[in-house]
Design a protein around this ligand. Sequence first.
Ligand code: XMP
Length: 514
Amino acid sequence: MQHELILILDFGSQYTQLIARRVREQGVYCEIHPFNLSVETIAAKRPKGVILSGGPSSVTDEDAPRVKDTFYSEIDVPLLGICYGMQMVAVDLGGSNEPAMRREYGRAKLKVLSGRTALFEGLPFELDVWMSHGDHVTNVPSGFEITATTGEVITAIENPERGIYCVQFHPEVSHTPLGKEILRNFLFNICGCTGDWTPASFIKEEVERVRETVGPTGKVVCGLSGGVDSTVAAVLVHEAIGDRQTCIFVNNGLLRYREFEDTLEVYETNLHLNVRGVDASQEFYSALSGSFEPEQKRKIIGAKFIDIFDAEAKTVGGAKWLVQGTLYPDVIESVSLRGTSVTIKSHHNVGGLPEKMDLGLIEPLRELFKDEVRAIGRDLGIPELILERHPFPGPGLGVRILGDITPEKVELLQKADKIFVEELHNFDLYNDVWQAFTVLLPIQSVGVMGDFRTYEKTVAVRAVTSTDGMTADWARLPHDFLAKVSSRITSEVRGVNRVVYDISSKPPSTIEWE
Ligand code: XMP
């Protein structure tokens, strides 16, 4: 079924994905594409409307990103220009734009000037909005009228005959409290969308698509990690083809306390997946023995995983497809206006798996954002234990044991981590943080126990708040809570006599310690 579609052209704004999520929250499917998508491709997709995102450039820059020359004449569906998108539309259609004396950043009061504008229909004449711009529009193109201002600044313009609407502020961020209504007006009143996209319809269509791809007798393999993405992908595919999917869950010996056993039980008993648990802990420990360097450890863990998964998958016989829980943010073609970004860590630990195994890919979640995957997971009956679990890196505790890895250190860290997570639940703090874990430091320090002097290990406790892991702030957890965690770890985990709390944010630190 062809759904109503909104296209978002990305000019490099940090908020582009947020625009997409806001649109989808209204039940309207949308896609993000680079700003220079060809006009023919845009037309062929038959969108109900196009949104032009913000971006860091100035329209006056020589190499500023622009739509193709024929864009305005060929694309005859409604347009919404946001921030940079507004400035570009104004200049392209004969208006002008100038750098402001100072950058306007933060909250502003917007005054709607016209009572007739469809974009602000049903809204008060004064609204709080969020601004973040250097340039602003100084002359509007002919045929356009100014519909809102914030003091001196022209904040919204439109040409309803041509279906073009522009705002200088960001309706997609939560600091614009009525932004949702503004986007709703654009989608429903102006573009004529009805909102025909829901998680339930997604599941139904995706199940159908997987069935068609795999055919009536085809077999697939799926790597489970215990995380949300791979679990939801596996359950969807199970709905489609049942036990013709073989799931493989590898224990690399670097999972959390009892995670392998407990998750396997959920896969088998609650979700009825056809799953094989492969406990390869010892093989990983042997391969890692004597390695201290973080990137080297990551590479060893990644390579070993591929070997073990591949060997197990071969015993399935006749599988032609590999299921992966790839999400939309991994496949959006990103617009890098600031040069190529530097790889800080090799996060894609198992990249190369499909190539090595010569399998086709099934990625049922590749159009979805994480929160949508969770919603679908809920509809599919996946337990909260899996849906709400904090993100966990592929190399697991391997990057939380600084220096070399031994089974004894893993056991110690698993115990400390279990206490931390248990207490987060007890204090009802688990869902307030993005990620929380313990780190085993490669140092010993002096302590006392009774009449004895001890010389033992230090555990660092790390908890951060974040929305996407790209930036993060250390969590301001209550002192009483930290006291409880510290006293339990030092008394219950043999070999630890000191607990420290990490108060670093990202940047300049990273979330993980390695
Ligand atoms: P950093 O430490 O780079 O982490 O601030 C950002 C997010 O990525 C996770 N992370 C990884 N995930 N393989 C993964 O699958 C890795 O090697 C890896 N290193 C970090 C980290 O847990 C956080 O959520």
